[in-house]
Design a protein around this ligand. Structure first.
Ligand SMILES: O=C(CO)COP(=O)(O)O
Length: 250
């Protein structure tokens, strides 16, 4: 079985209730997309977005952008995977570089959060990616291999885990790696996942970092790129829709 194709939008700390209209536009203009479609809005929008998509014929999944490793408890400001699931989420992004940087998240914490997501029945989208200094120093493959080894819990399967490669220097910058650079990292990820997990050959591998309508088709043609994790271009259906269509056609 080939890995599932997934077009995932990460709204980050953007959007409000009025922005939910983008979901209607996406569903209207990109029906039967030929791939899985996911939007991860800010936590306060998860439940209303889930309600909004529940009536759609072509399902748009809804996800969180982080979760706590515990199911409940005295953790002011945090949200558990169980609560995300209860609100209507099916996925959760974990270990995004903005969380690793802004909140000091370690590989071990990402692993614990992913295990919590799995226990709650969520698909964990685990992010890895090198900084520009690491790439310049020729450390990219070592960094990615170490993050993969350290950030994925033992119970990971192709059904409950997606891996996203997001070079930090490509996020929100309009810069992307060359196709060869993306191919090199995705091949490494495929090799490491296949060596470690029984169905690692079927895990979906996403590329993220300045994916736009204009470069999506080219990126989706790269071996072992099974979709995208899209930031800025996921906020408007007029940008995200063509990316979804490009993935469906890939
Ligand atoms: O961080 C990202 C998605 O998680 C990528 O963001 P941009 O698509 O805005 O570069």
């Amino acid at each position: 079985m080939a890995p599932r194709k997934l077009a995932a939008g990460n709204w980050k700390m953007n959007g409000d209730l009025a922005a939910l209209d983008q979901i209607d536009a996406l569903a209207r203009d990109h029906a039967a997309p030929g791939c899985d479609v996911l939007i991860c809005p800010p936590a306060v929008l998860i439940h209303p977005m889930a309600a909004r998509v529940s009536g759609l014929a072509d399902t748009i999944a809804v996800g969180g952008q982080d979760c706590h490793a515990a199911a409940s408890g005295a953790h002011t400001g945090d949200i558990s995977a169980v609560q995300l699931k209860d609100a209507g989420a099916s996925h959760v992004i974990l270990g995004h570089s903005e969380r690793r940087t802004d909140h000091g998240e370690t590989d071990a914490e990402v692993t614990a959060k992913a295990a919590a997501a799995h226990r709650a029945g969520l698909v964990a989208i685990i992010c890895v990616g090198e900084s520009e200094a690491q790439r310049d120093a020729g450390e990219t493959l070592d960094v990615i291999a170490a993050q993969l080894a350290g950030s994925i819990p033992e119970g990971a399967t192709a059904r409950n885990t997606v891996i996203a490669y997001e070079p930090i220097w490509a996020i929100g910058t309009g810069r992307t790696p060359t196709n060869d650079q993306i191919a090199e990292v995705h091949q490494l990820m495929r090799d490491r996942l296949t060596a470690r997990f029984a169905d690692g050959d079927q895990m979906s591998l996403l590329y993220g970092g300045s994916v736009k309508p204009g470069n999506a088709a080219e990126i989706f043609a790269i071996a072992h790129v099974n979709g995208a994790l899209v930031g800025g271009a996921s906020l408007k259906a007029s940008d995200f829709g063509p990316i979804v269509s490009a993935l469906g056609a890939a």
